[in-house]
Design a protein around this ligand. Structure first.
Ligand SMILES: [Zn+2]
Length: 183
């Protein structure tokens, strides 16, 4: 237990006390067994005592939620997730083909790819609202059929007219327009 390296100069507040993370130097990191006193003028390492963490300096008990072991494990799980909060989420539910164009802002994203379906060349446009847990019904899938000059939507996904007010596709010989009905 001697080669543990403090991972970051951060303390995490959970279950009424403060916790530190450590790394083993082999890429593994975890939450230290003993929490710290939540009194910010103290932050003494707490000792397990009965069903509580005990601060020798403040002479104060911080009761466990469940038990020392389970509390630490739970805090570690919350912390593992916390570390990823600002990570970008890539959907593996979209077909794994090469994307030829994409863009996004804070609220929406769009991706365009070219594909072949039943020997026909087609553009597939995906767009949707940004959501933490992207679901099939959060985005639209629009197929642009160049040969037949047609537009098709995938009914398993969100109806594009729930995201757009107007949709226009211009082909060499025709034009397709969709407009949201006024309420
Ligand atoms: Zn204390």
């Amino acid at each position: 237990m001697s080669e543990f390296i403090p991972q970051e100069e951060k303390l995490f507040k959970a279950y009424g006390v403060l916790w530190r993370s450590y790394s083993t130097g082999h890429g593994r990191s975890y939450i230290v067994d003993n929490a710290l006193c939540r009194n910010q003028d103290c932050q003494t390492t707490l000792k397990p005592k009965g069903d509580a963490h005990y601060c020798v300096k403040c002479d104060k008990n911080y009761p466990y939620k469940v038990s020392h072991v389970i509390d630490r494990e739970s805090v570690e799980k919350i912390w593992e997730g916390h570390k990823t909060l600002d990570w970008r989420i890539y959907s593996l539910e979209l077909p794994p083909t090469k994307i030829v164009g994409e863009d996004e802002d804070e609220n929406y994203w769009i991706k365009v790819k070219l594909s072949e379906k039943s020997g026909k060349r087609m553009a597939v446009i995906y767009f949707g609202e940004k959501k933490k847990n992207q679901d099939k019904t959060d985005y639209s899938q629009v197929f642009v059929d160049f040969e037949d000059e047609q537009i098709r939507f995938d009914k398993n996904n969100k109806n594009p007219m729930k995201i757009l007010c107007k949709f226009t596709a211009e082909f060499p010989n025709s034009e397709i327009r969709q407009r949201k009905k006024k309420k």
